[in-house]
Design a protein around this ligand. Structure first.
Ligand SMILES: Cc1ncc(COP(=O)(O)O)c(C=O)c1O
Length: 410
């Protein structure tokens, strides 16, 4: 009989969002009249702006003509989109060449797949709490032992990010080969300071380590002076890979488009101790296992960088960040300790009296019919925290705060 990859059996039961879905469904079945407000999963709600839809339609029209029809495209992405992305990086003060950009159908896949080009005996560090994909994909690959039942796996190095360290991960005390950093952060909503990120870059250079930098939320940074791309920092091109996505930035969660930047200077060693360019390995991986994003979607993605596209995206981001402000200030005025929500679309609140995150989830669902995300689902340091997403319609955000004010009995 065929055998499974038994690493899958190490995975803790149920990914966070299916469990939330299960509890919400059970509640709805028992309370069919309840109007549930979902501020949990963090999916966008605003429709795609007109300049982006128009570009998508024009792309689709081209496919309907003999002269402009397209079949397979380049796996890495069409030149027009690669050039627009490289130009956008330049406008942000980061030097990235078009042929260092790899367009994909999502940062989830990219942050999940990237680990397979690295040896299994690399030591890995993640923050705690963490975007679960980084951890689970390393478990699947066999880089960990068993879980302790509280969200930690043997063999991984966890870097706590809590109120005490202002959600800034400290450098690891033991040797680490690869570290995942996410800024602005999901779930804490914190943004790493330029000085701290530079420390990480310098550490990686000194230790021949690699930083996998997830910048999926960089477009939500509101305050000036913060790092949008790790490639703004001196030395980063030798130590980092950056992931970005059109999902939250431009409303592409259903449409699917993202990109990963692998600088040509980035090296790691083979079994013989020789340096090998990561860029060529990722190119090899993508050309073997991925066949590119569809043409109309890449046309739509390129329109995000047009003057009209940029203006429309900024308007949507402002809408979401105004939601974030309302949630932050609304909850704060009710006595909650809130973090995040200034440079990221997530509010990370401390549960009253540090109560269990799932208990708070159930209470919020049962009493207010509001869905958020239990912090413990992102790691053991997330216990006693709760994530509220700012993606939602204004009226729902306002109604959720009002319900919490009037109906939550702790
Ligand atoms: C930190 C982080 N990285 C990556 C992703 C995945 O984005 P995509 O829709 O591009 O797969 C998400 C989505 O929730 C995220 O929160």
């Amino acid at each position: 009989m065929a055998k499974i990859n038994s690493n899958y059996q190490k995975l803790q039961a149920g990914y966070l969002f299916p469990e939330i879905g299960r509890r919400v469904r059970a509640f709805s079945q028992q309370n069919p009249e309840a109007k549930i407000i979902r501020l949990g999963i963090g999916d966008v709600v605003l429709p795609l702006p007109n300049p982006i839809i128009q570009a998508m339609k024009l792309g689709a029209d081209e496919l309907a003509q003999r002269g402009t029809f397209k079949g397979y495209g380049p796996e890495q992405g069409y030149d027009f989109l690669l050039a627009a992305i490289a130009e956008h990086y330049r406008s942000q003060g980061a030097s990235v060449e078009a042929d260092e950009v790899f367009v994909s159908d999502g940062s989830k896949c990219d942050t999940a797949n990237i680990q397979e080009i690295f040896a299994l005996d690399n030591t890995i560090a993640v923050t705690d709490p963490v975007y679960p994909v980084y951890v689970d994909t390393n478990v699947m690959a066999g880089r960990t032992g068993m879980s302790d039942g509280k969200g930690r796996y043997a063999g991984l190095t966890y870097l706590p990010t809590t109120v005490e360290n202002k959600f800034e991960p400290a450098l690891p005390e033991i040797p680490v080969d690869i570290v995942y950093l996410c800024s602005p952060n999901n779930p804490t909503g914190a943004v790493m300071s330029r000085a701290n990120l530079q420390k990480w870059v310098d550490w990686a250079k000194k230790n021949e380590a690699i930083i996998l930098f997830d910048a999926a939320y960089e477009a939500f940074i509101q305050e000036p002076g913060h790092v949008h791309s790790i490639f703004e920092l001196p030395g980063a091109r030798e130590v980092a890979i950056e992931f970005r996505s059109f999902s939250k930035t431009a409303g592409f969660t259903g449409t699917r488009c993202a990109y990963t930047v692998v600088p040509k200077e980035l090296m790691a060693r083979n079994d013989k101790g020789e340096k090998v360019a990561i860029h060529s390995l990722w190119m090899r991986r993508q050309t073997t296992k991925f066949n590119g994003v569809s043409y109309p979607i890449q046309k739509a993605a390129a329109a995000v960088f047009s003057i009209e596209g940029k203006a429309a995206i900024e308007e949507n981001i402002s809408y979401t960040m105004e939601n974030a402000r309302l949630i932050r200030e609304g909850l704060s005025s009710l006595g909650f300790s809130v973090n995040g929500g200034v440079n990221a679309p997530y509010i990370w609140l401390e549960t009253p009296g540090k109560m269990d995150s799932w208990a708070f989830f159930d209470q919020l669902l049962n009493q207010c019919h509001v869905v958020g995300t239990p912090g413990s689902g992102f790691g053991s340091c997330g216990q006693g925290y709760f994530r509220i997403s700012a993606f939602g319609f204004r009226e729902n955000v306002e109604a959720a705060i009002e319900r919490i004010r009037t109906q939550l009995k702790l």
